[in-house]
Every structure is written in C-alpha cells, then in structure tokens.
Design a binder for this molecule. Structure first.
Ligand SMILES: [Mg+2]
Length: 237
C-alpha cells in the first residue's frame, strides 16, 4: 500500500500517532513509536514528515532524539530538514486582539482552558463537555470583525488560527523539496482539519487515510491509534 520509492508519508500526531489526553502534555506514546518512525524514515529514503496542529517544540519534546521534517501549527511553522531551524511565519496582528478578548472571558479556574500556541489559540473543553457551545460562542466573539483569522472546530477544541494556513498547504510546501519532491503524498490524520491534507494528497496522485469514524474524503480508513501503529509496523517490515 505504501510504496517505498513512490510515496512520501505525512503523519498527523494527536489522535493518529498518539491517543488523546485531558492535558496535551500528558499524552503517552505507544511503545516503540520512535523506533517505528525511524524504520519508516529509512525505508522511505527520508520522505516521512509530521504535520500537526501542535507547535514543533512540543512534537520534538515527545519524539526526541528524532527530528523529522515537520510542519507545526497547521503549517504556520515548518522545518524542511532535521537539525535545521524552524521557519515560523508571524501570525496576523488580529491574533493579539483575539487573545486579549479571550483572556477577558476565560480566566483562572474556568472549566474552559486556553492554550496559546503563539500562531494559534485553542479553547479546550475535553474536561468540560457541557461547555462546548460556550467554547464555540467565545471563539466566534473573539474573532468577530477581525480579518485574517478563522475558527476551526476539532476534537474537543475550538481553534482560532490564521486563515491562510492549512495542512494541505503545509504538505504542499514540504513536497516542493527533496526528499519529498517527485513522490506522491500519503497522509494519515484523524480530524476535520486533516481533510485539507487528504484532498491535497489525492490531487497529487497519493491518498488519505482517515483514522477513526466520521465523514471523510480520504480513500482509506484505519480504526484507531493502535491500528495506525499496526499498519506502520507492517509497512516498515
Ligand atoms: Mg489529529
């Protein structure tokens, strides 16, 4: 399914390679994750990258000592080669206004938590499912009347992010360079925000793999995080 010389592999992180935790810092990697990724990287001649909504500093913390080519914060951050610096586009100025508005509404002790990724703001309601509607309303209010930002809903989150980045564009930028250029992209992801990546992969002769249930444009599906690891293990053999 994954051709070692024809395909480039792009992997989402949360919900794809690792299960969710109440606290994004509290996730636990499946045993052997780093070794499995390393084997894949060798097999694909380096054409393996992570494409995540997380900041790259956070991904690096979990996957050290490996440092893949990677896109973080949905493409706001990018690193083309391991060991190189991270290129980060400055967020739109409106982000500061949205941040200020949110800080007035969601303070200490609130059931909703705000994660400030610099280039994006995330309202988490995983531990407060009853607050989903409020999270959406606060997100809407935070960007009301501002240009350059959009609101995206994901797994127990509402995220404010620049409207000029998405995972499809992030994969496209990585694909422009070796070792990805000339290959067909294959992208694994679990969330609505991964659909841009699935569409881009299909348009370039590759395919998407949706992890979990829910509507998708991806051509294939894997049930859950353990199924992803099983598949990666089989591929790496
Ligand atoms: Mg995900």
């Amino acid at each position: 399914m994954l051709d070692k010389s024809r395909h480039a592999l792009f992997l989402d992180f949360d919900g794809t390679l690792v299960g969710f935790a109440d606290d994004p810092d509290g996730i636990r990697l499946e045993p052997g994750t780093v070794e499995r990724l390393k084997a894949l990287e060798v097999r694909q001649d380096g054409a393996v990258a992570l494409v995540s909504g997380r900041a790259l500093s956070s991904i690096d913390r979990f996957l050290a000592p490996l440092a893949f080519p990677a896109a973080g914060v949905h493409g706001q951050e990018i690193r083309f080669h391991p060991g190189e610096g991270i290129e980060a586009a400055p967020p739109p100025e409106a982000m500061a206004v949205a941040r200020e508005r949110l800080s007035k509404e969601i303070g200490e002790g609130d059931r909703l938590k705000v994660e400030d990724k610099g280039a994006a703001l995330v309202i988490h309601y995983r531990t407060a499912p009853e607050a989903e509607t409020r999270a959406g309303e606060l997100g809407e209010a935070a960007i009301a009347g501002l240009g350059g930002l959009r609101l995206v809903k994901g797994h127990a989150i509402v995220e404010i992010r620049p409207d000029n980045v998405d995972k499809g564009k992030a994969i496209e930028r990585l694909m422009a360079r070796p070792p990805f250029a000339g290959r067909a992209p294959v992208f694994l992801g679990d969330d609505t925000t991964d659909e841009d990546g699935f569409r881009f992969a299909a348009g370039r002769g590759g395919f998407g793999v949706k992890v979990g249930s829910g509507e998708t444009e991806a051509a294939y599906r894997l049930a859950d995080v353990p199924a992803v690891h099983h598949w990666l293990e089989e591929v790496a053999k």
